[in-house]
Design a protein around this ligand. Structure first.
Ligand code: PGA
Length: 243
C-alpha cells in the first residue's frame, strides 16, 4: 500500500500570524503514521523550517535560475526547506495558461532539485458533461507526468475543476472510476506505478473525508480551504489516519 498523504494547499492565503496553525497541526499529529504536507505561500516557506510537517511550494519555474521576474525555481524552494512542490494546479493552468508540456517541465525541475512534484489534473464541468473525463485525464497524464517519474519523486492529484472551492464533490463511484483509470495508466507506464500515490482534491472536508478515503486507489487528499485552520485540517488528517 502506498504511504498515505494529507496535503494542504493554502493558495494565496496566510500571513506569518497563521504559522501557528502549522505548529498546532505538528503537535497534534506528532506521531502520525501518514505524511502531512502544508504548501503555504512562498514567503512563509523559510519560516516553516524546523517544523515536523513536510513543507512544499505551490508552483515552480522550469528553469533553475535566470531572467524570469517574479518566478521561483524548484532549487530555491528546496534551499529554504521545501520537500514538495505542486505542479499543474488548475488555477495555474487557467490563470497562467500552463500546458501539459509546461507542467511536465516544472515537474522535471522538481526532480532535478530533489523534491517531489504533486502533479495535478482534472476535468472541467463541460468535459464531464460531454462524457470526455477519462480521455481528458489520459491526455493530462501522458503530457504532464514525465517519463522519469518514480514513486519517490511524484504524487498525482486528481482534482475535478468543478469541485475545487465549490462545495460540490463527485460521487464516490465517479472518484473510484477516475482513480482506477489513473492507477491503470501508472501501472502501464511505470514499474512502481502501483505504489505511486494518487490524491483526491476538490471540496474535501471533515464531513466527507472518511467516505472519500474508503474509495480504492485514493491514497490521500489535496485540500484547499479546509487546510487553512488546524482544527478543520486535523479532522481530515484523522480520517486518513483511520482509513
Ligand atoms: P478546495 O481546493 O479544497 O478548497 O476545494 C482544493 C485544491 O484546489 O487543491
Amino acid at each position: 500500500m502506498p504511504r498515505k498523504l494529507a496535503a494542504g494547499n493554502w493558495k494565496m492565503n496566510g500571513l506569518r500570524a497563521n504559522l501557528t496553525e502549522i505548529e498546532t497541526l505538528a503537535e497534534r499529529h506528532a506521531d502520525s503514521p501518514i505524511d502531512i504536507l502544508i504548501c503555504p505561500p512562498a514567503p512563509l516557506i523559510a519560516a516553516c523550517q524546523g517544523t515536523l510537517l513536510d513543507i512544499g511550494g505551490q508552483d515552480c519555474h522550469p528553469a533553475t535560475s535566470g531572467a524570469h521576474t517574479g518566478d521561483i525555481s524548484a532549487q530555491m524552494l528546496a534551499d529554504v526547506g521545501a520537500t514538495y512542490v505542486i505542479t499543474g494546479h488548475s488555477e495555474r493552468r487557467s490563470d497562467h495558461g500552463e500546458t501539459d508540456a509546461i507542467v511536465a517541465a516544472k515537474s522535471e525541475a522538481a526532480y532535478a532539485a530533489g523534491i517531489t512534484a504533486v502533479i495535478c489534473l482534472g476535468e472541467t464541468l463541460a468535459e464531464r458533461e460531454a462524457g470526455t473525463t477519462l480521455s481528458v485525464i489520459d491526455t493530462q497524464l501522458t503530457g504532464s507526468v514525465p517519463a522519469t517519474a518514480t514513486v519517490q519523486n511524484t504524487v498525482i492529484a486528481y482534482e475535478p475543476v468543478w469541485a475545487i472551492g465549490t462545495g460540490k464533490v463527485p460521487t464516490l463511484d465517479q472518484i473510484a472510476e477516475v482513480h482506477a483509470y489513473i492507477r491503470a495508466h501508472l501501472n502501464a507506464r511505470f514499474d512502481d506505478g502501483n505504489k505511486m500515490r494518487i490524491l483526491y482534491g476538490g471540496s474535501v472536508k471533515g464531513s466527507n473525508a472518511a467516505g472519500i478515503f474508503g474509495v480504492p486507489h485514493v491514497d490521500g487528499a489535496l485540500v484547499g480551504g479546509a487546510s487553512l485552520k488546524a482544527d478543520d485540517f486535523s479532522e481530515i488528517i484523522t480520517a486518513l489516519e483511520a482509513s
